[in-house]
Design a protein around this ligand. Structure first.
Ligand code: SF4
Length: 226
């Protein structure tokens, strides 16, 4: 599946400290326009995904068939009714990373910062587009998908990144893991979401742990069940 990332303007404005794109200063908009053209030339987006069967979900861990177990009580609660999960890795490739580093080294700090923000919005958009396409696909089969989760977010340890990557053929991936489990290129996202049979009980099929979590200051909070 090919996905061309879109830069959502309001999401970009929020990363740049504004509320909506229309309120961004003209000088910043000019930089965004120029860097947007550079961005299109430099990205080499890739998406890898793989379905895995769920053997069982118990004691705060998701045990996969023919695979490892993911340890996270919140992920477990989200996936408790799923027979299958989708594992994915998306990346924008090396080129954008190299350009951000070049701009930093040449002290074009504003441009480097804006290009970094553009790339963050774009890679998030790739995940959202993939998730939406899979949601549409499974809805046609009377199934539904859960929210996405990534190692290192919420209570899922980043070290489980190694388990997630072990499900892919490393020779085919354009993304590598460092010893500390960060991805290279940096503008990459890995994660999972579950697939479950359609349940008209909204509170079950769209379980979102954030809605019952007391950490009000959490930057990863999701307010929607979708
Ligand atoms: S608010 Fe933060 S800590 Fe709480 S469930 Fe959501 S992501 Fe996890």
């Amino acid at each position: 599946m090919e996905i061309k990332p879109i830069i959502e303007e309001d999401a970009l404005a929020k990363l740049l400290g504004g509320d909506e794109f229309g309120n961004i200063p003209r000088s910043t908009c000019t930089k965004i326009e120029k860097l947007g053209a550079v961005f299109d030339e430099l990205i080499d987006p890739s998406l890898y995904h793989q379905n895995m069967g769920v053997d069982s979900v118990k004691k705060g861990a998701v045990h996969l068939e023919k695979g490892p177990e993911f340890k996270s009580s919140k992920l477990s609660k989200t996936l408790k009714d799923c027979e299958e999960i989708v594992c994915y890795i998306v990346t924008l490739g090396d080129g954008i990373e190299d350009e951000i580093n070049r701009l930093m080294n040449e002290k074009h700090l504003a441009e480097a910062y804006i290009l970094d923000a553009i790339a963050s919005v774009a890679v998030d958009n790739m995940v959202a587009t993939f998730h939406q396409r899979m949601k549409n696909k499974y809805e046609n089969q009377s199934k539904q998908v859960t929210l996405c989760f990534s190692p290192g977010y919420c209570d899922w340890p980043i070290t489980d990144q190694k388990k997630l990557f072990s499900m892919f053929d490393s020779n085919e991936l354009d993304v590598e893991l460092t010893d500390s489990c960060f991805m290279q290129p940096r503008k990459s996202i890995s994660g999972v979401f579950g697939i479950t049979t359609f349940n008209s009980n909204q509170s079950t099929h769209s379980y979102n742990p954030c809605l019952e979590c007391n950490r009000r200051d959490c930057s990863e909070r999701r307010n929607s069940a979708h």
